[in-house]
Ligand binder design. Structure first.
Ligand SMILES: [Zn+2]
Ligand SMILES: [Zn+2]
Length: 117
């Protein structure tokens, strides 16, 4: 269990990006559509057995879209370990924990680190 956690989370609706500052001073910028494609809920991931695993690598290859499904409506903390995101189409089942969000960081450094692991 990693102890890396966010020190700041900012949703920017102008650029449709979520920024996270991490306690190890890394920072991540997630397009909203990436977060939606990688929604970790059982429905989106196709079953409870797939929940909790790392993001499916195909989510990084999908082009960004601007639809109600990829527009962030609301973001809430879940205890001290995760956030949930409510989307404009009403979907709000995904619980994005810190490990998952860090594994979802789209920067080159993280992609090289998590690819192949
Ligand atoms: Zn979902
Ligand atoms: Zn990164």
């Amino acid at each position: 269990m990693s102890s890396i956690r966010p020190t700041g989370i900012t949703a920017n609706r102008q650029t449709s990006e979520l920024s996270i500052q991490w306690s190890d001073s890394h920072s991540s910028v997630y397009p909203f559509s990436l977060l939606r494609y990688a929604c970790p809920c059982a429905e989106c991931r196709g079953g409870h057995d797939k929940m909790g695993s790392d993001p499916d690598p195909v989510v990084f290859l999908r082009p960004a879209e601007d639809t109600p499904a990829t527009r962030l409506k609301n973001l809430e903390a879940v205890g001290a370990y995760a956030i949930t995101i409510e989307w404009e189409d009403g979907h709000h089942y995904g619980i994005y924990n810190w490990n998952y969000l860090r594994a979802l960081c789209p920067c080159l450094e993280c992609r090289q680190k998590y690819a192949g692991s």
